[in-house]
Design a protein around this ligand. Structure first.
Ligand code: PSU
Ligand code: MN
Length: 305
């Protein structure tokens, strides 16, 4: 496995020393934002993790090698190269065997984080059950991964392009706790509320770390969602975003967009239709998640010393 998974020396040193590490995904770089916002976001995430005392481990596949921890040149490569495959669980081995690059989704990044021994991962929003899934069967592999893989995912909830009610039902069925950070409500990415609740509320990173520690002591495996609402000053209004999402969904149906293209298509259309306002909000919520993830990783490493 060591030849196929390369952990950057700085990441591996931190893991051995038990100091904080935060995993970051790369689908958000190659498919979540246009250039140059993607590069700016990826570099700023790494900077914030460091500022908070954690080593960032951006995950991707580079030339058929799974990597945890990238150089600046490699991040630039992911941000500027067109057509880097979106890599979820089903794609990992194919891309490795083919010597390809791949931009890892939440699902694939969780897998790599677990392989590397990284316990906390920050992203923007998770994939979920799509609206109309009763006909399309479009349920993100992120949910299945959350059911099985032992990593805490700090996110701003999920976009309402998804059916958030069904997404939460799916998580409940699979035993994935949804922990609200400073909130009783499940956030809807651009907005702080969705009308749905969380399973439990916590107001400090140490309290979330305590839950992760208890799970480990009890031998409970699988993922945990830490739902961290977008900061109020960057929130969009429900009125603004709901209309845009309806338009983007209608366009996707009209154009027959399917499979792994659905989520990137919707993100691209939302960014275009809001004239960059959603892009700015998207960046800010990701930064907010990286900050919290670093603090949770810090609290975990405090407790293990
Ligand atoms: N949601 C976002 N931004 C993203 C994604 C989801 O708001 O960039 C990406 C994540 O990498 C997530 C993936 O894991 O899309 C889910 O894709 P799918 O719905 O095809 O499983
Ligand atoms: Mn899908």
């Amino acid at each position: 496995m060591t030849d196929l998974l390369q952990i950057a020396p700085e990441v591996s040193a931190a893991l051995i020393a038990g100091t904080p590490v935060v995993a970051l995904e790369s689908t958000i770089i190659s498919h979540g934002f246009p250039y140059p916002a993607n590069l700016e976001c990826a570099l700023e995430c790494e900077r914030i993790a460091r500022e908070e005392g954690a080593v960032p481990a951006t995950v991707a596949i580079i030339g058929g090698v799974i990597r945890a921890g990238l150089s600046r040149a490699e991040i630039e490569h992911l941000a500027t190269t067109a057509g880097i495959p979106k890599a979820s669980r089903r794609d990992l081995a194919t891309l490795v065997a083919g010597g390809s690059d791949g931009a890892t989704t939440v699902a694939a990044t969780m897998m790599v984080a677990e392989m590397a021994g990284i316990r906390v991962f920050a992203t923007g929003g998770i994939g979920g059950v799509h609206r109309g899934a009763e006909a399309s069967f479009d349920i993100s592999a992120d949910l299945e991964e959350l059911a099985r893989t032992d990593v805490a995912v700090v996110c701003a909830g999920a976009k309402s392009v998804l059916d958030l009610g069904l997404t939460l039902e799916y998580l409940e069925t699979h035993g994935v706790p949804v922990l609200g950070y400073g909130t009783d409500g499940f956030p809807a990415f651009y907005t702080r509320t969705s009308g749905f609740g969380v399973d439990a509320r916590f107001d400090s990173p140490a309290d979330i770390a305590a839950v992760l520690r208890s799970r480990r002591e009890l031998g409970i495996s699988g993922g945990v969602i830490v739902a961290n609402p977008i900061p109020a000053e960057h929130e969009l209004s429900h009125a603004e975003i709901d209309g845009v999402i309806e338009t983007a969904l209608a366009e996707a149906t009209e154009q027959g967009v399917r499979g792994k293209e659905v989520t990137p298509f919707l993100l691209g259309r939302i960014h275009a239709l809001t004239g960059g306002r959603s892009e700015a909000a998207n960046k800010e919520l990701v930064y907010n998640n990286v900050r919290l993830a670093a603090r949770i990783a810090g609290a975990l490493s405090e407790g293990s010393r």
